[in-house]
Design a protein around this ligand. Structure first.
Ligand code: NAD
Length: 303
């Protein structure tokens, strides 16, 4: 099959491009004609040490396949330097894939402030600094595609990952706001929650599962979301072993108190508040802004 989704003359920044998912993205974007800025600090799974080797190796691999790539060795916390590498080498930046990440798992009582801070700094602040530095170029050229890498731990929760889960859910919060900010300048931003075999999951998933959930099965979703033909924005997409789905907020019809009400009234109607069945107040719905909530209240007051 011909690769019709091409990225010739597009410049893509991929953070954490040296291993796992980032490496798979970098190889595919290189193959599809993009100029790749392969960022990687070359750290261990929990963020220790650093080495320029991992970024150099992926750049060499892309070049060997006939692609164009340059390495960047900065931490994502210095996103402006990563964007500078793109501008100095290729003169523009079209796509940012915020993918770099580490783990510092522990249950809440054992979690050190340092474990909290580093996770926020790399996942959340890292994505923010890269996006902020790239945004002005995307705005000027009226084109930008951004991916934030969230996680099932963020959107569903996971034992021992209060720090990681908060950062990953925070990334989707960032996506939702920036989708609104980027709309008029053709800057589209989406979140993904991947499940893939990598050093992050190699000791968590069984070998037979690892064989199914290869990083290559996440790549097509990310490539399509980053292409100029995809205009969706503000989405949250799950990808795992060939399954690709969209996740959204669902709101129960709930209850409405038109006069004064107490905690006891809430207790008495608790089952209805939690029910997603259709009621006199309507069907469950899928809100996308606080305005949707206010509209519902105003409608119910007038009823
Ligand atoms: P990985 O450990 O194989 O790759 C992460 C890469 O990021 C490494 O090469 C590392 O050196 C780099 N990195 C770490 N900190 C950095 C920093 N400060 N600056 C620049 N580079 C840095 O992990 P992976 O499984 O490929 O994960 C990629 C992303 O996907 C991460 O954000 C992870 O949280 C997320 N994720 C992965 C899974 C999964 O199943 N693998 C699930 C949910 C979310």
């Amino acid at each position: 099959m011909v690769d019709s989704l091409r990225f010739d003359n597009r410049v893509v920044i991929i953070t954490g491009a040296g291993s796992g998912l980032g490496k798979a993205y970098a190889l595919e974007f290189g193959k599809r004609g993009a100029k790749v800025v392969a960022n990687d600090l070359g750290v261990s799974r929990n963020g220790e040490g650093h080495s320029s080797r991992v970024a150099d190796i992926i750049v060499q691999e892309i070049q060997k396949l006939g692609g164009i790539a340059v390495a960047n060795y900065d931490s994502v916390e210095n996103g402006d330097r990563i964007v500078k590498t793109a501008i100095e080498n290729f003169g523009r930046v079209d796509i940012v894939i915020n993918n770099a990440g580490i783990l510092r798992d522990s249950s809440i009582l054992k979690m050190k402030d340092a474990d909290w801070d580093i996770i926020m700094s790399i996942h959340l602040k890292g994505a923010f600094t890269v996006i902020k530095a790239a945004w002005k170029y995307m705005k000027q050229q009226k084109f930008g595609r951004i991916i934030n890498t969230s996680s099932g731990s963020g959107i569903y929760g996971n034992f021992g990952q209060a720090n990681y889960g908060a950062a990953k859910m925070g990334l989707h919060g960032m996506t939702l706001s920036l989708a609104k900010e980027g709309e008029k300048n053709n800057i589209r931003i989406n979140s993904i929650t991947p499940v893939a075999a990598s050093r992050m999951t190699e000791d968590l998933l069984a070998p037979e599962i690892l064989n199914i959930v290869t990083p290559e099965k996440i790549v097509p979703l990310v490539v399509y979301l980053c292409h100029e033909s995809c205009n969706d924005t503000g989405g949250l997409y799950e990808a795992c072993g060939g399954l690709i789905t969209r996740v959204r907020w669902q709101r129960s019809p709930g209850i409405f108190f038109s006069g004064q009400f107490s905690a006891e009234d809430v207790q008495a109607r608790w089952r209805e508040i939690n029910s997603f069945e259709t009621t006199r107040l309507g069907n469950p719905d899928y809100p996308t802004s606080t305005t949707d909530t206010l509209k519902k209240v105003l409608y119910l007051i007038q009823e």
